[in-house]
Design a protein around this ligand. Structure first.
Ligand code: 5GP
Ligand code: MN
Length: 331
């Protein structure tokens, strides 16, 4: 069915989730380059901006930011014959874009590796065992018999998403197949060392100071094998916060011996919410925790959510939940 759809020229919009990460933006750009090479008109429309450390990706200048170029974004979405949604599986994940995308007349294709996929797409390629959506885009192109069409441009985008979503190939979602895919991407032109440097070696003084602040704020609850960090809007402002600066902070909790549940609460005064990231080691499902209590979701060991309460109210609520998870966390 996909092959048939792509046998005629299409107007395509490719969409990542809000606050796109490396996997979201890498998969969208990688796929969009491929679709363009087939002769389609393809454009990436992002719900909002993404971190500077991802802006080296080929095609980044052409990404339409829904917040900044609203009329251009609306036109592309309404005129699209085909819409790909990548690295998310529920239209609530695209924020302000949800309404217009839901009403769009296009045929939808979802490619995603998160749990509990929604049913909005005509074609759903969902696999929670996959390391990343980028690995799935590689599979998607291969299944269409077009492995040879994976250019250096595409390879760099897909490699970036696999690196970021696997924590540089260390998370348990990394398989032998992931490494085979990555090996092929390097042979097709992915500049692995440069990509790594562009993503991870871009600290600013502000970011390091913010990390210092975050680590100082860390609360360790040995009884619950839990560590959490808070960052208030004032602390972000003082340290010249820029999008992406807090990426990876949550992981520090898990580096403590005996800690298996790590959380970071980040105040966002503009949106009136506290944005939350959850990480775990082992069987404790942060996806279920985030889904049940914080309007979120994700994967077993990495999930996100949000709270409308104040920072204090949010952490109080969080702490009140922990007792009922004590046995699971101790297991
Ligand atoms: P992060 O904590 O790095 O923002 O996200 C971790 C994982 O959870 C990612 O796979 C991300 O897509 C997902 N995620 C983050 N925030 C949310 C959210 O508010 N809702 C849902 N359903 N998933 C989220
Ligand atoms: Mn992903």
């Amino acid at each position: 069915m996909v092959k048939k759809l792509l046998s005629d020229p299409q107007k395509i919009v490719v969409i990542p989730h809000k606050n796109p990460d490396g996997d979201a933006i890498g998969s969208c750009l990688g796929l969009s380059h491929y679709l363009t090479s087939l002769g389609h008109k393809s454009v990436v429309v992002s719900p909002n901006d993404y971190p500077d450390f991802l802006k080296w990706m080929p095609g980044t200048e052409e990404v339409i930011n829904f917040e900044k170029k609203n009329s251009e974004a609306l036109q592309a979405i309404n005129e699209a014959t085909l819409i790909f949604t990548l690295d998310f599986n529920d239209l609530s994940r695209i924020g302000q874009m949800q309404e217009v995308v839901t009403a769009a007349p296009a045929t939808f294709i979802m490619i995603d590796h998160h749990q509990s996929p929604g049913s909005y797409a005509a074609i759903t390629y969902s696999d929670v065992a996959m390391s990343s959506t980028c690995e799935m885009v590689y599979n998607f192109i291969r299944l269409l018999g077009d492995k040879d069409k994976i250019s250096a441009e595409i390879s760099n985008c897909l490699y970036a998403g696999i690196v970021t979503d696997t924590g540089s190939f260390k998370y348990s979602s990394t398989t032998g197949e992931t490494h085979r895919v990555v090996a092929d991407l390097i042979e097709k032109g992915a500049r692995n060392t440069e990509i790594h440097n562009s993503i991870y070696d871009t600290n600013t003084p502000g970011r390091l100071h913010l990390l210092g602040c975050a680590l100082k704020n860390m609360v360790i609850l040995q009884d619950y094998k839990t560590a959490y960090i808070t960052l208030s809007q004032d602390e972000l402002d003082t340290n010249h916060f820029k999008k992406g600066d807090t990426e990876g902070f949550v992981n520090y909790g898990l580096t403590l011996r005996g800690i298996r549940f790590a959380v970071i609460f980040i105040e966002n005064r503009e949106e009136g919410i506290v944005k939350i990231s959850f990480r775990s080691e082992g069987d404790f499902s942060v996806n279920e925790f985030a889904r049940s209590h914080f309007d979120g979701g994700g994967h077993t060991n990495a999930a996100g959510g949000k709270s409308d309460r104040s920072m204090e109210g949010t952490t109080e609520y969080f702490l009140s939940l922990l007792d009922s998870y004590k046995d699971q966390l101790k297991a």
